[in-house]
Design a binder for this molecule. Structure first.
Ligand code: PLP
Length: 472
């Protein structure tokens, strides 16, 4: 029997790798086996298509291509130009953006590019002008000093970490919290929702240069029209980090006031979460910031990864197909079914539910910390991650929450009925786990963990991961 193209491609690749370092080939094979067996509910993970994965394993990896299309610091970039231009075109078309920069190696890198572009656009200084025209090597110590003084003490207002914001939105230990004079907005303690009046009040008092919206662990939509009005009222640049929900924007689940692209001055994203592409980042903006954004490499970023840009082009082409919109809708339907199933069984959810791809369980309702709950679920074959909840009594390390997301299981084909079964498994583990003598220790009957693990496997068996890939 002849093998299909995917199986042949991956088998051949592993054979070539095995001839050099068999342990790497084994680890790659083991990773597929592990992913096939785990009930993956990590909200930021997904499964890229075989075409996206295969686009990364080639000689584009050997090419230096600093600069951007048509403005390279290296010769011989014509084929890199082709894939970078294609990825950017797909991104512009998919999101209706006038400019797309597809080089960032990750979401954090995309945010750094955006911060630099906003600062460089807004801050007038002779030293900065030199830096902008790429005469960075000509900057004297005095220039750098002046530049630091001009750039320093700029203000950023972003969502706080415990309300669901990301480290790069001004969290103090992160570079964003050190680069910027930072303040954060939280959520309403009673509802768990963003209180736009409070955000407006904070903006009026603080007068930030940048107002950031976007989140890693907020289970609701954000009204970007209102946020833009707030930014405009204080002359701030409005930045949205849509890393988590880019797939829902691409799939037209988030439209109108909830689509950040028409409302924000600049939008950043990852490409590997709900968007289901390769590990990487991207920046979208209008013509005003395009020039600064395109200076991302080498100003902020190391050399571009052309093999990943090739994979971004493939994944973005996939996201432009009609079936991606159906996928995006199923992500939300599944998250809502999971939230409903958990609530019905007595779980306490932050905001009481979800209208995106993630659900945040407040596990203090089960008498546990996030750390205990995460580990007990892992023992039972359910992969989640612990996360702070608003005003978290257990801090950012132990936490009081478990974040669960549906993009990956939806890619496997699980639907609403399976989400109810998943809710049952989660609730069974959490309600049978008891707190131990520290915030990390817990007691869970190993026989129960084993039983749930088997049930999780049975649930997954009907939805094989990469069904076309047979490694033999
Ligand atoms: N922005 C948000 C909102 C995120 O949730 C994350 C990652 O979880 C990032 C940025 C960073 O992405 P990366 O890990 O690709 O740097």
């Amino acid at each position: 029997m002849s093998l299909n193209a995917e199986s042949t491609a991956f088998r051949s690749a592993l054979e070539v790798i095995r001839a050099v370092e068999p342990r790497v080939a084994d680890a790659i094979g083991a990773e597929l086996a592990d992913q096939r067996e785990s009930l993956k509910l990590i909200a930021s993970e997904n499964y890229a298509s075989p075409a996206t994965l295969l686009a990364m394993g080639n000689w584009f990896s050997d090419k230096y291509a600093e600069g951007t299309v048509g403005r390279r610091f290296y010769a011989g970039c014509q084929n890199v130009d082709t894939v970078e231009a294609l990825a950017a075109e797909h991104a512009r078309e998919l999101f209706g953006a006038s400019h797309a920069y597809v080089q960032p190696h990750s979401g954090i890198d995309a945010n750094l590019v955006a911060f630099w572009a906003i600062l460089a656009d807004r801050v007038e200084s002779p030293a900065l002008k030199k830096a902008q025209v790429r005469q960075v090597n000509d900057l004297t110590e005095a220039d750098w000093f002046a530049l630091r003084r001009e750039l320093g003490n700029q203000r950023m207002l972003g969502m706080s970490l415990d309300a669901g914001g990301h480290l790069t939105h001004g969290f103090r230990p992160n570079i964003s919290g050190k680069m910027f004079d930072q303040r954060s907005y939280g959520t309403d303690p009673a509802t768990g929702l963003v209180d736009y009046d409070k955000v407006a009040e904070a903006a009026r008092e603080f007068k930030p240069l940048i107002l950031v919206a976007g989140y890693s662990a907020y289970p609701r939509k954000v009204n970007f029209r209102i946020m833009r009005e707030i930014a405009d009222s204080v002359g701030a640049t409005f930045m949205v980090d849509m890393a988590h929900f880019a797939g829902l924007v691409a799939g037209k689940v988030f439209t109108g006031d909830f689509d950040p692209v028409p409302h924000a001055h600049i939008v950043t994203t990852t490409t590997h979460k709900s968007l289901r592409g390769p590990r990487g980042g991207m920046v979208l903006c209008g013509p005003e910031l395009a020039d600064q954004v395109d200076r991302g490499c080498p100003m902020v970023l190391g050399g571009p990864l052309p093999h990943v840009m090739a994979a971004k082009a493939v994944a973005l082409a996939e996201a432009r197909r009609p079936d991606f919109a159906d996928y995006a809708q199923r992500i939300v339907d599944n998250a809502q079914a999971l939230a409903e199933g958990l609530t019905r069984r007595g779980a306490k959810l932050v905001t009481g539910g979800t209208d995106n791809h993630l659900v945040l369980i407040d596990v203090t309702g089960y008498g546990l910390t996030g750390r205990q709950a995460e580990q007990a679920l892992l023992d039972s074959g359910i992969v989640t991650n612990r996360n702070s909840v608003p005003q978290d009594p257990n801090g950012a390390w132990y936490t009081s929450g478990i974040r669960i997301g549906t993009p990956a299981l939806t890619s496997r084909g699980l639907g609403v009925a399976e989400m109810d079964q998943t809710a049952e498994l989660i609730h069974t583990v959490l309600s049978q786990t008891t707190s131990g003598e520290s915030k990390a220790k817990y007691v869970l009957d190993p026989a129960l963990a084993d039983k749930v693990s088997k049930q999780a496997n049975e649930l997954l068996a009907g939805f094989p991961l990469y069904p076309a890939v047979d490694l033999g």
